[in-house]
Design a protein around this ligand. Structure first.
Ligand code: ARG
Length: 267
């Protein structure tokens, strides 16, 4: 489906226009007007720092201007709002293996098939899986299968805007954001779907967040065995890094079974 979000993503990806309006949910698109940028503290992912080469080897950049994670060497987990629907799809280029997208070491492969979350309608269920025509030979990221890790401090990373209305980045940025509980997040966003979404951000000060172009990328933390585990997928927020307006992420543990099933169906 060619929805508004898709068009917004493409615009965001090439860093062109400020959109006339922005809204709260993924299907309304969350690119903010450029007029807002002066108000933003911090300068990276928003408020982040450069990731080291090899630090998050499962991170990939998608050609429509989204992030993703390698959950298999030839399967990427991303956001439903980053893709057009389900079916055979050779239109997406997936770049991995590097923090610097311009590096000669970058590995770029094509998609062959996409499965968007069944029943996705722009609210909640913001996940999709993409099969690659060749594996990207990097370590994969495990997905959280229980809610045990839906707390604490999370890592986020991406090549998206470094401030509201800012440019896409060629070098991967990372930041740490604290968990925000559902009740608190619901008071910031009445349209939050508590079972399907998990929030994170610095509520008091703002300043650190994912932003446009980070969508589809993972939010992750260490598990009890000290391994990275993915708990969220960058989905939406009001602006970026605003105080009182946390980032909203797809709650991976809720969909772990559905995601694994879809990965199986990709063949
Ligand atoms: N929907 C945005 C994208 O498509 C992600 C926005 C995340 N916003 C936030 N404040 N955390 O890239």
């Amino acid at each position: 489906m060619k929805n508004t979000v898709k068009h917004v993503k493409r615009l965001a990806a090439v860093g062109t226009v400020a959109l006339a309006a922005f809204s709260l949910s993924p299907n309304g698109a969350t690119a903010a007007p450029a007029e807002h940028h002066g108000s933003q503290p911090g300068t990276r992912i928003v408020g982040g720092t450069p990731a080291e080469q090899g630090e998050f080897p499962f991170m990939v950049r998608l050609s429509m201007g989204c992030g993703g994670s390698l959950v298999e060497k030839d399967v990427v987990l991303t956001a439903a709002h980053c893709v057009d629907g389900s079916g055979d799809d050779t239109s997406i280029s997936v770049t991995g293996g590097v923090v610097d997208l311009d590096s000669p070491d970058a590995v770029t492969v094509k998609s062959t098939k996409v499965i968007q979350a069944p029943g996705y309608d722009g609210n909640g269920k913001d996940w999709a899986v993409i099969k690659l025509d060749k594996p990207i030979d990097q370590p994969t990221l495990a997905i959280a299968e229980t809610d045990a890790y839906n707390n604490g401090d999370f890592q986020i990373a991406g090549w998206g805007a470094d401030k509201e209305g800012g440019d896409q980045q060629t070098k991967l940025l990372k930041a740490e954001v604290p968990f925000v509980d559902d009740a608190t997040c619901k008071s910031a966003y009445s349209n939050l779907i508590e079972d399907e979404e998990i929030c994170a951000g610095k509520l008091d000060t703002g300043g650190i967040d994912s932003c446009q172009g980070d969508s589809g990328g993972p939010m992750f933390r260490k598990d009890d065995a000290d391994q990275w585990v993915q708990v969220g997928i960058v989905s939406w927020g009001e602006g970026c890094a605003r105080p009182g307006k946390p980032g909203v992420y797809t709650e991976v543990s809720t969909f772990a079974g559905d995601i694994k099933k879809a990965v199986g169906e990709l063949g």
